[in-house]
Structure formats: C-alpha cells, structure tokens
Design a protein around this ligand. Sequence first.
Ligand code: ZN
Length: 242
Amino acid sequence: MRVAVVSDIHSNVEALDAVLAAADEAGCERLIVLGDIVGYGPDPDAVIERLRERDAVAIAGNHDLAAVGVFDVQWFNEVATIAIAWTSEVLSAEGTAYLSTLQPTRTTADGVLVHGSVRDPVAEYLLSADDAGASFDLGDFVVAFFGHTHLPTVFRRRPDGFVNGWVMTEGEAIALVPGERYMLNPGSVGQPRDRDPRASFLVWDGERAIGHRVPYEVERTASKIRDAGLPEWLALRLFAGQ
Ligand code: ZN
C-alpha cells in the first residue's frame, strides 16, 4: 500500500490541497503527518479539516503544541510567536481539540514517527550525520520519519555503524537495503526552505520512498497571510522557498 508522508504543512491549505491531489494521482491510500500542522500560515482549521477527512496518522510538532499551550513560545523567534498567538486566537474549538489529542511520537507499521528526531521528538533540528547517529543509537527501528527542518533529507546507517546523509532531489527513489537503517524527512508542504517554493512530500510503499514536488498557488496563500495581518515575511518567504 502506498502512503503519502507529509510534514510542516503550517496552515497552508493551498499547498496541502496540491499535495493531496498529487498523492491521489500517485495511488496513495493513506496519509502520515509529521507535525507542524499549524503555525505561520493563514488556514489552521481548513488544514485540520482535511486531515480529519482523510483520517491521517498524525503527530504533533512544536508549533502544534505551542498553539494549544503545551510548548513554551520562549523558544520561538518573534515572527513565529506572533503567528502562534494569532493561530491560538482563530483556531476553532474542534481544531484545538484535534491538536490536543496528538502525541509527539508514534510507532507505526511504516516506521517511527517524530517531528524533530528520535532523541528529541519535538525540538531537535536533525541536520548532521552525527546528530542522526545519536537517534539511530536510541532505537532499533529500520525506518523513522521526521520533519522540522523543512528540508527533504535522508540519513542512512550502514550495518558497520557509518551514517551519512543528503538532501533528496525531486523524483529520487530511496530503496531500502537489508541491514541498513533510515531516517527520512519528506520536506515541508507549506513552507519549503530549500529555495524551491514547491510543496514537498514523500510517497512510501514499505520498501522505497520517492521524493515529490508540487507547485501550488503561492500568491493566494500570500494574500491570505497579508489579509490576516500576519508578518509580511511569512508571505515573502513562500515565493523564495526559504
Ligand atoms: Zn515547521
């Protein structure tokens, strides 16, 4: 069965709709969401509705926990803090209830799900092979999926313990090699940061993961951000993919 693995949607419903359409086209029957469903963007409730409709297997990211008051915004930059305050204010009771049910980590038949890392599921930015190695050492998982950095990334641990990592390109297929272990980041749906503004996600079939990129109407999301009175930078960065 094919699964769409997504992360860091950040209240961007235009990007999410484009990804869901592409996932349907690719034959995905299920949806895994690695957190940061809300924050930064203008449509928290619409995004949550889509996830509920699809019965997504989801975990919480730092922004989701902050929006429902269980993660301290002292760790957030100013723009993120403003967006979290706005999100908490506009979020419906159903939306708040949905986010409140999410755990920071889950073990599924597809793999371990975390937002940051296995070592620190909520807050660690996994950017180096050394840091990934610490997470590999903490579990015996074959595959873990993570998000948080907004970069489509692969970390691979060979049987001899050597860990390397790289940024995934569009269309790249990562096929599991027996004995090796993997940590896979699908990149961000709603706020990519690899200088490619297109929404990013993975199609996973239990044996291999393929990186996908999908264009969406950035202009529409950006004008909603402005209309909501959210910081201008949150609109501008979407065009640049940073
Ligand atoms: Zn994020």
